[in-house]
Design a protein around this ligand. Structure first.
Ligand SMILES: [Zn+2]
Length: 160
């Protein structure tokens, strides 16, 4: 699954909403036995899946942004759609995170780290853990130091 989702877009608000719409249409089609409606439901579900498996990530992202802009104008429903999206994303788990690249949260965290590093640049030296990539800081001017990563316990040597 991980390999399959690699480089693919994954779930978003639009796909998730289409999925819900498709299921509702399929139910209605069954209840009222309307054949055309069940075909429409199938088409909607196929579109939702095709979007998730798409490799044209920027195009899918644009579609989703447009959809979210429109959906946000509808009170309550717009909010629900935003929530649906986040639960859909967590269902996809790490596979979708890898496929999507950096998320908004990642970018925010990176910005915070950069800000902190700039602030402490005169008193601290920074190094990246070679094993897990965590940013570590050590006091400056202490010469050679052995640092242990608090996250993965890797030990490394650094000059500060
Ligand atoms: Zn580490």
């Amino acid at each position: 699954m991980q390999d399959f989702m690699n480089g693919r877009y994954g779930a978003d608000e639009l796909s998730f909403s289409l999925g819900v719409l498709g299921i509702v249409l399929a139910l209605l089609a069954t209840i009222f036995s309307v054949r055309v409606l069940s075909l429409i439901a199938l088409a909607v579900l196929i579109i939702a899946l095709a979007r998730s498996f798409s490799k044209n990530i920027s195009a899918r992202r644009k579609e989703n942004d447009a959809f979210r802009t429109q959906a946000a104008k509808i009170p309550v429903v717009g909010e629900r759609i935003a929530n649906m999206g986040s639960s859909a994303r967590s269902a996809y788990g790490s596979a979708s995170t890898a496929a999507r690249g950096a998320t908004k949260e990642d970018l925010k965290r990176q910005a915070r780290t950069a800000k902190k590093m700039w602030k402490e640049r005169k008193t601290k030296a920074f190094l990246k853990c070679p094993t897990c990539g965590t940013m570590l800081s050590v006091p400056k001017g202490k010469g050679r130091l052995i640092v242990t990563c608090p996250k993965c316990k890797t030990r490394m040597e650094t000059k500060s």
